[in-house]
Every structure is written in structure tokens, then in C-alpha cells.
Design a protein around this ligand. Structure first.
Ligand SMILES: CC(C)(COP(=O)(O)OP(=O)(O)OC[C@H]1O[C@@H](n2cnc3c(N)ncnc32)[C@H](O)[C@@H]1OP(=O)(O)O)[C@@H](O)C(=O)NCCC(=O)NCCS
Length: 140
């Protein structure tokens, strides 16, 4: 079941964030308040629950069109959850009036193929060893 995230989901969202093996969590500086800001002030979050447990989530920022997070718990990949979250997020970001969306991800991952399959383009400008993907509302 897909629904908008709440403040009391943050621990479960971060558990999913920590559980993935590709694009692993490397920063030491992500706090609950970073999630609050991203989901309540700068943007919005959605979660997907299975048997009452959060198994996937996304967070995106209306301030700059960045998809800040999109993660599926190991064991739940390939079921369409990532695509459902991405479609929801992209629809919402376009409704905020953005023209360009972007995100970073690691090379040679499922995520890179996932975004390409969804119509995103790889930017020629890599960002600190990560790939940058972009989606234009009105492609040229
Ligand atoms: C990348 C990720 C978000 C994809 O979510 P998912 O729920 O597994 O993907 P979906 O089941 O929604 O797949 C959607 C489409 O992506 C494509 N896709 C997914 N995995 C793929 C793979 N390994 N190879 C090629 N295409 C793939 C498929 O075309 C699929 O469409 P289809 O169902 O019509 O075949 C998820 O696997 C994940 O969280 N990975 C680990 C963390 C991560 O890298 N997150 C992204 C950080 S930017």
C-alpha cells in the first residue's frame, strides 16, 4: 500500500536506506531532521507498506527537483515498487511547476538501468564519481 510518509515513519525509512546493498549508505551525517526537512519543508515523501511494514520509500524536493531518495528493501526488488514510487514522485514534482528533475546514483547498478528504462537521461557531467540522471518535462 502506497501512502504519503509521516514523521513517525522516518526510522523505518532509514532502516530501508541502511539495508540496501547497491548505493549503500556512506554519509555519517544524515539525521532525522534531514528527513523532516526533506519530507515536510523542501519536498514530500511516500512509503510502501507490506504487512504493516515499510518496505520501500522515496523522498523528493520541490525546491530543486532532486529525487533525494528512492530505496526498496532487499527481497522486495523487481516487484514494481520502485516504479510505483518513481511515477508518484515525478507526477508530484511536475505538479509543483518544475521543468527539470535530477538525481545521483552509482554506476553499474540496477538503479542506473531502472532510471534509463523510465526515460531518464544520463548527464555528461558526473558528480564526484556518481552518475547524474535528468528528466525534462518538455524534452527537446
Ligand atoms: C533501483 C530500485 C529503486 C528499483 O526498484 P524496483 O522496485 O526493484 O524496480 P521495479 O520492480 O519497479 O522495476 C521497474 C523497471 O525497472 C527496470 N529494472 C529494474 N531492475 C532492473 C535490472 N536489474 N535490470 C534491468 N532493468 C531493471 C525494469 O525495466 C522494470 O520494468 P518491468 O517491471 O516492466 O520489467 C531498487 O532495486 C533499489 O532500491 N535498489 C537498491 C538501492 C538503490 O540503488 N536505489 C536507488 C538509489 S538512487
Amino acid at each position: 500500500m502506497l501512502r504519503q510518509s509521516r514523521r513517525d515513519d522516518i526510522r523505518a525509512m532509514h532502516r530501508v536506506r541502511m539495508a540496501v546493498t547497491e548505493n549503500p549508505f556512506l554519509s555519517t551525517s544524515l539525521s532525522e531532521s534531514d528527513y523532516w526537512r526533506a519530507t515536510e519543508s523542501d519536498g514530500r515523501g511516500w512509503v510502501i507498506e507490506s504487512d504493516g511494514k515499510i518496505v520501500a520509500f522515496t523522498v523528493g524536493k520541490a525546491t530543486d527537483g532532486n529525487i533525494w531518495a528512492l530505496f526498496v528493501q532487499p527481497g522486495y526488488e523487481g516487484l514494481g515498487l520502485g516504479r510505483e514510487l518513481l511515477d508518484t514522485m515525478v507526477t508530484w514534482l511536475w505538479a509543483q511547476g518544475l521543468e527539470l528533475l535530477w538525481l545521483n546514483t552509482s554506476p553499474n547498478t540496477r538503479a542506473a538501468q531502472f532510471y534509463e528504462q523510465a526515460g531518464w537521461s544520463k548527464s555528461p557531467l558526473p558528480d564526484l564519481g556518481e552518475l547524474r540522471y535528468e528528466l525534462r518535462r518538455h524534452p527537446p
